[in-house]
Ligand binder design. Structure first.
Ligand code: MN3
Length: 241
């Protein structure tokens, strides 16, 4: 693995790419509500949050090149398009989650829904991964045992949901009331429109893995499950339910 030259915890490569995107002054938290007060009129209310680790930090499982395209072009592209669509409309004053919930299931608003939901999903995805990964803590491990039988059975069910999602989409670990469940969603669909609380997600659109794994989606899923899932993030989300 390449050792990132560090400048205050941000690799030079990452710093340069963020600067190139004009993100050095991004003003919202990763899942925070974008606020008009923080936005310039030219840019719109939604923000691309800073990547929570250097661009090469997920190597060798997800390459810096993949993260660069995925975060810098795909994720950023959804932010830009969402801002373009809401410009001058009532939606510009609403939070990302409010926009997503209000536009879900309405074909005439699908352009806004798709871009806004993809912003949320990608915000959540980068936080669902972390360099080095880990294992669930005691409380979450107990919940996984209770609802799936064991960690290995959870792992198998999550892998199957992620691998079995036909075409583009997402696999999620969610909390449904008192029960943990695994759901798969298509394209930009997101569990927050179904009254479910997301704990972790994995992007299974081809752009998430094709540069590194080509058509081997299962290998990408296994690598993320075994080396990158951020169980601390999942536990924090669960505690918030
Ligand atoms: Mn993606």
């Amino acid at each position: 693995m390449e050792k990132a030259p560090s400048a205050g915890g941000i690799s030079r490569r990452n710093f340069l790419s963020l600067s190139a995107l004009g993100l050095a002054a991004a003003g919202t938290g990763f899942l925070g509500r974008p606020r008009l007060a923080l936005a310039s009129a030219a840019e719109g209310p939604f923000r691309l949050p800073a990547l929570p680790y250097p661009q090469n930090a997920l190597e060798p499982h997800v390459s810096a090149k993949t993260v660069g395209f995925h975060y810098g072009l795909h994720h950023n592209g959804y932010v830009k398009k969402a801002n373009q669509v809401v410009a001058g409309t009532k939606w510009a004053a609403q939070s990302l989650e409010e926009v997503i919930k209000a536009t879900a299931g309405q074909p005439e608003l699908s352009g806004l829904f798709n871009n806004a939901a993809q912003v949320f999903n990608h915000n959540f995805y980068w936080l669902s991964l972390k360099p080095g990964g880990g294992r669930p803590g005691v409380d979450l491990a107990k919940r996984l045992d209770q609802d799936f039988g064991s960690f290995d059975k959870f792992r198998e069910a999550f892998s199957q949901a992620a691998a079995g999602q036909f075409g583009s989409g997402w696999a999620w670990l969610v909390s449904d009331g008192q029960q943990l469940k695994i759901v798969a969603t298509s394209n930009a669909e997101t569990p927050i429109t179904r009254g479910l609380k997301p704990l972790l997600t994995l992007d299974v659109w081809e752009h998430a893995y094709y540069l590194d794994y080509q058509n081997r989606r299962a290998d990408y899923i296994t690598a993320c499950l075994d080396h990158l899932l951020n169980w601390d993030f999942a536990a924090r989300n669960l505690a918030g339910t």
